[in-house]
Ligand binder design. Structure first.
Ligand code: GRF
Length: 201
């Protein structure tokens, strides 16, 4: 196979999606390679998980929560460029990337969002799904563009909302589905396959 596509995974927390991506990216037949994991939180559990999988990890740590967005993004861009990263996978990365950053990065940026987009953009999707009284919930992998959670949809998965569900139970049931979805979508995307991945209940 020709040279593998260099992927950076950006996280802020647990890193369960990151872990499933890395495990798949390690397979011989994968068109991509997990080159590095970058976190804005040095205490993110995902950093330990990535290290256990022997992936180089980096933190760009705001000294205070309000590290200037420009400074943070400049450091991030420098790191990505010097490592010749071609694709970024956001996996529970809790910062909104600016339009300037998105324009400046020459590769593609993907994200996984815990809702059936375009429904429930933004935060607290499990809570909001329950509050709305809807019966179906899910997750979406999409391209990242300047408009939040609005880029091209590359794949979606759905779960039923049960009578006694809480935000936590929804998250717990959705996560394994997210893992499968993100892995499939990334492969598909890197192979230049424009089929949208769908898992409908
Ligand atoms: C996932 O629910 C993902 O959809 C959202 O952030 C969460 C990250 O979870 N963007 P994890 O860190 O991958 O476990």
């Amino acid at each position: 196979m020709s040279e593998k596509i260099k992927i950076a995974i950006l996280i802020s927390g647990i890193g369960s999606n990151m872990e499933s991506l890395i495990i798949d990216l390690k397979k011989k037949d994968h068109p991509g390679r997990a080159h590095m994991v970058i976190s804005d939180n040095p205490n993110a559990l995902g950093i330990k998980r990535a290290q256990q999988l022997s992936i180089p990890t980096f933190s760009i740590t705001p000294k205070s929560k309000c590290l200037d967005k420009n400074v943070f993004e400049k450091k991030l861009l420098t790191m990505l460029r010097s490592n010749e990263i071609q694709v970024i996978c956001l996996a529970g990365f809790m910062r909104i990337l600016s339009a300037t950053f998105i324009d400046s990065f020459s590769g593609e940026i993907l994200n996984i969002h815990p809702s059936i987009l375009p429904s429930l953009k933004g935060l607290n999707t499990h809570y909001r799904a329950l509050k709305k009284g809807i019966h179906v919930h899910g997750a979406t992998v999409h391209k990242v563009t300047k408009n939040l959670d609005s880029g091209t949809i590359l794949g979606q998965t759905t779960i039923k909302i049960l009578k006694d569900d809480t935000p936590q139970s929804l998250s717990d049931r959705l996560k394994p589905e997210e893992h499968q979805l993100y892995v499939q979508v990334l492969r598909n995307f890197l192979l230049d396959n424009s089929n949208v991945i769908q898992k409908v209940i």
